[in-house]
Design a protein around this ligand. Structure first.
Ligand SMILES: Cc1cc2nc3c(=O)[nH]c(=O)nc-3n(C[C@H](O)[C@H](O)[C@H](O)COP(=O)(O)OP(=O)(O)OC[C@H]3O[C@@H](n4cnc5c(N)ncnc54)[C@H](O)[C@@H]3O)c2cc1C
Length: 342
């Protein structure tokens, strides 16, 4: 492992003063340290954010938005009843990721910023033509090779128009999470729109998005029901009024180098009476532009079926779950209102 300087600032000013090109911010370390050990990432400086003040809150703001500090752990956020009650689909996605131990260490910002990588965690799988592995994207690459974004958490966040609050040496700014994560060819080869020396301070879910709580689900299909990245996933949420879908939000995971919001499918759903045929039509539209590598056409079919099923589960959800299913985000989890209250 390459030698590096390890710095533990106690203020943001000290963190920015410590930053130099080639430095890396450290959250829980569950992604960065793995990649440093294999030599896939070789920072000169590792700047540990864990001692910075003010980055661990889960707060409701005056306008009703929910703000989550960058250092909140994946486990703490999923278990926060104020959060999970308003955003059961996000809690479900968090609990479907990695393992209990990893979720205790992994942070909100680290999950967003995690690198795509191969199944054996040895190599980065980002660079288009040099990518040694990773689950190949079937959307959003124009046919070139790129690995999918591995996060579960980010899929419902993009469906809910989450915003990231950033701070850098030149001051604060904010942007949609969907714009932070870049596709190959965007941003001069960078994975994200973060500027040099910038870090994520917090994540915000806009006011009003809790209106989807009653009918929202995250469905993840994977090789085994724990400790495995998605082969396909979908975050679906519906606002039902008078028996019709007043508004729909849909994003797919494990299909593109970033969580894939499908506005065209949302338009098909809006104003319609919920029905399996409608969900299938929306799923067809969501995958319309998909291109699979040779021999992997099944991935398009799987993503289509996952999408239609997630919509059906969201319709059946019948309210915010009183508790998460024993196998969250799994096709084997209870499907309807038996663990839910209206
Ligand atoms: C065996 C295994 C299985 C896994 N399975 C899943 C899964 O099923 N689903 C899933 O979603 N994830 C999965 N993961 C990934 C896991 O969720 C991530 O490793 C974790 O979320 C990263 O968070 P962290 O805080 O440890 O990040 P770190 O490792 O500390 O950092 C990751 C990246 O984020 C950057 N970073 C950290 N904090 C900030 C900040 N505040 N601002 C800007 N940049 C920052 C770092 O510089 C680094 O580039 C798995 C990981 C492992 C090891």
């Amino acid at each position: 492992m390459k030698s590096f300087h390890f710095i533990q600032p106690r203020t943001l000013d000290a963190a920015f003063a410590a930053w130099t090109p080639g430095a890396a911010w450290l959250g829980g370390g569950t992604n960065l340290v793995d990649l440093m050990k294999t030599g896939a990432v070789q920072p000169d400086r590792v700047i540990d954010l864990s001692r910075l003040p003010g980055l661990r809150g889960i707060d409701t703001l005056a306008d009703g938005a929910m703000r989550i500090g960058a250092l909140v752990s994946n486990a703490d956020l999923a278990r926060d009843t104020g959060f999970a009650g308003r955003y059961p689909m996000v809690a479900e996605a968090l609990l479907s990721g990695a393992s209990g131990q990893l979720r205790n260490a992994a942070t909100v910002a680290g999950n967003i910023m995690q690198y795509p990588r191969d199944a054996f965690f040895r190599d980065l799988a980002w660079q288009q033509n040099e990518a040694p592995g990773g689950l190949p994207a079937i959307l959003g690459t124009g046919g070139t090779h790129a690995a999918v974004h591995p996060s579960d958490f980010c899929v419902p966040l993009v469906a809910l128009d989450a915003v990231v609050e950033l701070q850098g040496p030149s001051g604060p700014r904010e942007m949609a999470l969907a714009d932070l994560l870049l596709l190959p060819g965007e941003g001069d080869g960078a994975r994200t729109a973060l500027r040099p020396g910038e870090l994520i301070l917090a994540l915000r879910l806009p006011a009003g998005t809790e209106a989807f709580a009653g009918h929202s689900r995250y469905l993840k299909v994977r090789d085994r029901t724990s400790f495995a990245f998605a082969q396909s996933s979908a975050a679906a949420c519906l606002r039902i009024e008078g028996g019709r879908i007043a508004q729909a939000r849909l994003a797919l995971g494990a299909v593109a180098p970033k969580p894939w919001r499908v506005a065209e499918a949302e338009v098909i759903l809006a104003g319609q009476a919920p029905h399996p045929d409608l969900f299938r039509r929306a799923a067809e539209a969501a995958l319309a532009g998909a291109q699979a590598p040779d021999g992997a056409a099944w991935r398009i079919d799987l993503a289509r079926r996952t999408t239609a099923r997630a919509l059906a589960l969201a319709m059946a959800a019948a309210g915010t779950p009183a508790q998460m299913p024993a196998l969250p985000a799994s096709p084997f989890a209870p499907q309807a209102g038996d663990i839910a209250h209206a």
